[in-house]
Design a protein around this ligand. Structure first.
Ligand code: GH3
Ligand code: MG
Ligand code: MG
Ligand code: MG
Length: 323
């Protein structure tokens, strides 16, 4: 399913961008000529918070740590290459999205062109006009806030689209879209891939006996315990109401069996708190476990096999792992 523009919140940021004056930003000015940076800093300080750093190496560090809205970089530094700083700032995760305004003497205008090629957003030629400097700084800061806002919205809606709201685990849609990729990678690399389906035993009676909220508490706590027992590269998702799937790359049946057994015990061995911690109830799960059997095997077949194993675990008395 495609994410629509409505969901990613295209409306709100456009409104706020209009309202944003671009003032009150945090600016890092990288310039090592005292007469130059003193004047620029004085101008900018009328509208923004401004830090000056003459040393580009230090500047890169500050830029990564300082949460700046704008970097203003002189390309006429005495001892350093300002262009290199610009290109480093573009390649670092922490500074990639911070706009850069370059300033240069007219005789350095070819370096300015290079700057634009490597991702400098705007430039000013010396001597710098006060009004123009302020206007260009405001424009970049506005743009920065706007794109940050957009990025946050996109990030949030992507997260919502792939996350189960109750447990915070991935949802079924996400699992289904990634399982094929994980299986493909396993086939290509000749690595094993394990998959288990976990189903809470007699969950309906938990709801019936203690209420739907208690059932939800159990699901949430169950997800916490699942998260504790898997690795970062494992994929855990809520597959259905009280059914979960864990995909474990680079894991063979033997190891996956141990993980499943450990998880089963961590559920059965420690009662679950319900009714705001005033009551504790025993919960068990059944697990159907399998692995990718051959290169290029359809993931639907893998899921089917895990489901059949789960069915046997239920049939054989529940609270057990079957592979
Ligand atoms: P079995 O041991 O065979 O798995 O029995 P079971 O009772 O767990 O299985 P069944 O599939 O009959 O019941 C699952 C129940 O899970 C039914 C449904 O109302 C409940 N359920 C599904 N989603 C949620 C949820 O989000 N919250 C709560 N509280 N209950 C849910
Ligand atoms: Mg059932
Ligand atoms: Mg169940
Ligand atoms: Mg079920």
């Amino acid at each position: 399913r495609a994410i629509t523009s409505l969901e990613i919140g295209m409306q709100a940021p456009e409104r706020s961008a209009v309202a944003d004056t671009g003032k009150g930003g945090r600016i890092l000015l990288v310039d090592d000529r005292e007469s130059s940076y003193e004047r620029l800093a004085t101008i900018l300080a009328a509208e923004h918070t401004i830090d000056v750093e003459p040393n580009p190496t230090e500047a890169l560090f500050h830029a990564a740590e300082g949460n700046y809205d704008l970097l203003i970089v002189s390309l006429d530094l005495n001892n350093f290459d300002g262009l290199r700083l610009c290109s480093q700032a573009r390649s670092l995760e922490r500074t990639r999205h911070v706009p850069i305004l370059a300033i240069a003497d007219p005789e350095n205008s070819t370096r300015l062109l290079r700057g634009l090629e490597i991702g400098v957003n705007d430039y000013l030629l010396r001597p710098i006009d006060k009004t123009e400097l302020l206007a260009r700084a405001r424009t970049q800061i506005r743009r920065r806030r706007y794109t940050d806002h957009l990025r946050d919205n996109v990030q949030n809606s992507i997260e919502m689209a792939i996350t189960d709201a109750l447990t915070g685990l991935h949802n079924r849609r996400y699992m289904e879209s990634h399982l094929a990729t994980l299986a493909e990678q396993a086939s290509i690399r000749g690595k094993p891939l394990a998959l288990m389906i976990l189903d809470i035993d007699y969950f309906k009676s938990i709801n019936d006996n203690y209420g739907h909220d208690a059932g939800d508490d159990v699901l949430r706590e169950f997800a916490v315990r699942v998260r504790k027992s898997i690795r970062g590269i494992d994929l855990a998702c809520r597959y259905g109401g009280e059914e979960f799937v864990i995909v474990m790359p680079e894991t063979d049946l033997h190891v996956a069996g141990m993980v499943a057994e450990r998880l089963r015990r961590s559920i059965a061995g420690e009662p679950f708190a319900i009714h705001k911690g005033t009551k504790r109830i025993e919960v068990t799960i059944s697990i159907g476990l399998t692995t990718l059997e051959r290169k290029g095997e359809a993931v639907a077949d893998v899921l089917k096999r895990a489901d059949t194993a789960l069915y046997r675990a239920k049939h054989d008395g529940r609270n057990r792992v079957v592979s």
